[in-house]
Design a protein. Sequence first.
Length: 401
Amino acid sequence: MTDLVPPQVGSATVLRGYADAMINAFGTPKRVFVRGEGCQVWDADGRRYTDLLSGLAVNALGHAHPTVLAAITGQLSTLGHVSNFFATPAQVALAQRLTELAGEDARVFFTNSGSEANEAAFKITRMTGRSRIVAAEGSFHGRTMGALALTHNPKYRDPFAPLPGDVTFVPYGDADALAAAVDDTVAAVVLEPIQGENGIVVPPAGYLAAAREITARHGSLLWLDEVQTGIGRAGEWFAHSAESVTPDLITIAKGLGNGFPIGACLALGPAAGLLQPGSHGSTFGGNPVAAVAGLAVLGVIERDGLLERSRAAGDRLADALAALAHPLIAQVRGRGLLRGIVLNAPIAAAVSDAALDAGFVINAPRPDVLRLAPPLIISDAELDGFVAALPGLLDAHEAAA
Ligand code: PMP
């Protein structure tokens, strides 16, 4: 049995193997992690870190959460997988819970990731009989070919042209530009309620409501990509609830499974009838183990009041960061426990590395933005530890520059 588990070796050994054997998105990994508990993670050399990134907005309940553990081990030892020719109670219960949260007679298509949820939504938009899609500058919707076609960053797109679809990009947050781009040929407008990968960009109040009004006027679908912002991350089940908007399509993933691969495309109202059984499929989507992880996450968020906690802890964090009044901090933006610290200089990658050396996992989605997306269970003391360390990290960089 011990032969079947990876050896417990130091970071250097793992990284050599990584370099030889793996092709991955971001080059050489900065750390090798071997264990997590709550909001703390440990690397292969025994160093401990406070996780302020949650596997990129994934571990809403932190690491090794007892309720998630009990759910997945219970399901694994009962039934690990069946084909999608058949149903499981776990899958149906999760679909029912998600449709309750989304409302409007929603129906669910399960996937394994955010990109795949967006691929499903993309196919649904084609069922309108139209093909044009309006997306936003600065958008990120994933790296598979369809999702990439909706992702604005040329660095990701250009090597893979030609991309599918007929996509127009408009400035994010500008309702007039959106109104000018949408006409009766547009199948859908796709937007992130807060742009995550673009550096936690919050659109002006009323933007999503304007997008709803514009799309309704032209018979176009409003598709909100909540892959990063949903499931409590921005303080609500769905970030768009803050504007009381009802979209036609919602895509989610990341926080839903607490690290187990599950995503979903929710189709609401008349859009729920667009995808017919058999017109799209996935072998693993809705796997019962991932589905019970999702049920556990939704149940614990509700039981432990973690939406309120996300809002309160996020506001408190933003206030504490602003109170530092550090000359390198230009702005703190975001909602709930999705926060961007905008710096006055393009030093975010270096500060993020320094934070890691100091025992804090964060990242830099842009050269001038640090991202914080901690587990929703994070304590005030853990957040305060980072706030207390940040001036030193910024000052050290300034002294070195
Ligand atoms: N949409 C958004 C808004 C995202 O932030 C991401 C991931 N960063 C994705 C889609 C893609 O999700 P995944 O990596 O699970 O395919």
